[in-house]
Each structure stands twice: as C-alpha cells, then as structure tokens.
Design a protein around this ligand. Structure first.
Ligand code: FES
Ligand code: FE2
Length: 389
C-alpha cells in the first residue's frame, strides 16, 4: 500500500493488532479475559516463578494451601525480584529486607520499618484459578468475569487423560492467532520435511473454507472433498479448539485447546491442553510415556537447525507439527509487517478475525460494552469425516 491518508490510517489499524501492553487499545481489550499463564505441574507448593505476561513482569507462587497466586514482579521497597524470595503460608516474603505480601499484592509486614508502613504498600495482584492442568489469570481492572469462556465441554467428559503443555516462541502473538484461522496452511506447512499424521490426514488438497462468528468467536469449516470436513471453534481472543490425530496411527483423535498468550510484543506463550480418550491401562501408559519423552519439545530451542539445515524433529505429533508451524510463523518476522502483505480470497478467516478485533477495540474506545463472548452450549464434535482413516 502507498502512503495516502487512507493507507496510513489502515496501517495504523494494522499496527494496533500486535500490541499487548497496558494502556494500548489491544492491551486493554486483552485484559478483559482470563488467560492461561503456566501449567499447574510447573508450580509445586512453596515454589515461585518469574513470569512475563501481556508485557508485565510478575511473580507466580503456590501457597502452602496449594492455591496459586500472581503478584507483581518486583518488591515495592527497592525493587528486587520477588520470585527470589520465600513463600510463607499464603504470602511471599522478599529476599532483600523481608517485606511480605499477600496473594493480592498487599504488603502485610515490613520488618525494619515499624508499624503503619506495610498497610500503605501494595503491588500488583491478580486473581488466578486452575483448570485442566493450567493456571489462568485475569489481569484486567475490577471484578474478574465468570470463568466460562475458557471452559470446553470436550475437556470435561469422563474417560479423558488431560495433559498440559507450554512453549514460548519469539514472535508476536497476533500472527500466531491468525494462523488458527488459516486452514490452507495445513495443506502445505504440515507436509514440510516429512509428512506427519496431521499432513496425511488432510492431504495436500486445498480446502474450501467457511467462517462465521459464533457466541464464542469464529467457527471455521474446511472441506477437502467429500471425505474430509474439518471444523474448528476458535474463541475470542486467543484460543483455538481443534481435533488432531493421536500418538499412533490407530490412536483416537485428540481434542486440543491452544491459547496464544502475549508474553510481550515479540514473545508468545503457546499454552494448552490435550484431552486424550483413555484406551485402557497399557495404551494409556504408552500415551503418558510418549508425552513425557517429547512433550517438552519447543521448536524455538532448535531455531537454527530448523531454518538453516531444514532438519526436522522425529516425533510427528508432539514435535514435527509445532516445528512446521514455527518455521512458517517465525518466517514472518518477530512482528509481521502487515502493511506489505497481499491477502487473497483464502484469507477470509484472517479478515474476519481482524474485523472482530477492530470492532471490539472501537467499542472499548467509545466506552461501549464489548461483546459478551460465552462458550458454546453443547459438546461440539468438531467432526472430521474420513480424514482420520
Ligand atoms: S527490596 Fe524487598 S524488602 Fe527491600
Ligand atoms: Fe499448523
């Protein structure tokens, strides 16, 4: 696009999409939602973790009761990092001079200061809750919304093994969200290097695409001939609910919820749940062993190998598929320069996605109510016909 006033205004709108810090229009919009920020398994009782989410440095810790808490990253006194301190009961105590904070960020002891000081000191503190092996936080102002949108009926059915996983990629979150609404990429990216079950399942046929706005976000239907219809339900602002092939050729398909949560403008936490149908003790053990062996893979740790040597990892489902996506999305740059892209008719999902975000941002700016997104009412089967065979 040239530099006409119209083009300039459009480029400014495009630039809004990739921001996440507090005070930016998108940052404020994102702060109206619950976001997963860590796996439950990564935080034992009494442990702390330095964590960066939506451009804010924070401290995550688990109190003696087992409840997790999320407070500011630095002590208010002389700003040392709080995660280096100690968990005491449900509080966290700073390593430097012992100021102590509760799980809401309220200081309740400043030992060398005498009475009356602690109660005047407060750092950030955000509500958290655990669901499906993930710790979620609400980082907005005021009362947190009901914990409804992140829930999926498909994860709450009996007979499931629920596993959680987290990776951090050094690129902007919005290009990762856009990839969720880009069904064509599956026919190319997931054939790269070697064809995993995901690539086999969808074949290289270009799908015909349908997108529509739902109560939760966007439903995407990709049809590749009569034998393959792939449906995915994407929830505002950053969750994709998909069904993908399992560990082995005869394994049942797996419901997955993947969130792309901004760490900051150039890093994204790809965090999510695998809901794997139980197949009996022996096969379940193999599933857990498989996850233990390959689940820690993060393509960002193999960046040079992937980009320069085209060397692909061995495990198809837990390594290859994310590695293929990683190469495509990291190849767009740390923040895709959308002013220079050429969208086509197959980008209808991305166009709709951006339109929804801009609409919601405009409502927020005008102090109007934003859409009350809510989860879809029934268990959606997300049918995949024929493709699994
Ligand atoms: S810096 Fe934390 S108590 Fe002094
Ligand atoms: Fe993909």
């Amino acid at each position: 696009m040239g530099s006409s006033p119209h083009a300039q205004a459009h480029n400014e709108k495009l630039a809004l999409l990739s921001q996440c810090h507090s005070g930016s229009p998108m940052g404020e919009l994102l702060r109206l939602f619950w976001h997963p920020i860590a796996t439950s398994a990564s935080l034992s009782v009494g442990q702390t973790q330095a964590i960066r989410v939506l451009g804010e440095d924070l401290t995550l810790y688990r109190g003696d009761s087992g409840l997790p808490y999320l407070v500011g990253g630095r002590c208010a006194h002389r700003l040392t990092q709080l995660h280096t301190g100690w968990v005491q009961g449900e509080n966290i105590r700073c390593i430097y001079h012992g100021w102590r904070y509760d799980g809401a960020g309220q200081c309740n002891e400043a030992p060398a200061e005498g009475p009356g000081v602690a109660e005047k000191v407060r750092i950030a503190g955000y509500p958290v809750r655990e669901y499906c092996g993930l710790i979620f936080a609400y980082m907005g102002k005021g009362e947190a919304p009901e914990f409804d949108l992140p829930r999926k009926f498909a994860f709450e059915q009996p007979g499931l093994i629920i596993l959680a996983r987290r990776q951090i990629w050094p690129c902007n979150w919005f290009q990762m969200v856009e990839n969720s609404l880009d069904a064509v990429h599956v026919s190319f990216v997931h054939l790269a290097g070697k064809v995993g079950p995901f690539g086999e399942a969808v074949t290289a046929n270009i799908p015909s695409l349908e997108y529509c706005e739902t109560d939760a976000g966007i439903r995407q239907i990709a049809t590749r001939g009569k034998s393959s219809v792939r449906v995915s339900d994407w929830s505002f602002p950053n969750n994709n609910h998909i069904v993908t092939p399992g560990r082995a050729k005869d394994s049942p398909w797996v419901h997955r919820g993947v969130w792309n949560v901004p760490v900051d403008d150039t890093h994204t936490m790809k965090i999510g749940v695998y809901a794997i149908p139980s197949e009996g003790a022996e096969k379940d053990k193999a599933t857990l062993d498989h996850f233990a062996k390959y689940g820690d893979y993060n393509p960002a740790d193999y960046h040079d190998e992937l980009f320069n040597e085209k060397k692909w990892p061995e495990d198809p489902s837990l390594q290859l598929t994310p590695a293929q996506d990683y190469v495509a999305m990291m190849g767009q740059g740390a923040i895709a320069d959308r002013a220079h892209e050429r969208l086509g008719k197959s980008d209808a999902g991305i166009v709709l996605l951006r339109r929804l975000f801009w609409r919601e941002i405009e409502r927020l700016k005008a102090n109007e109510a934003t859409k009350g997104w809510r989860r879809l009412e029934e268990v959606t089967d997300l049918p995949v016909q024929g493709a699994a065979e």
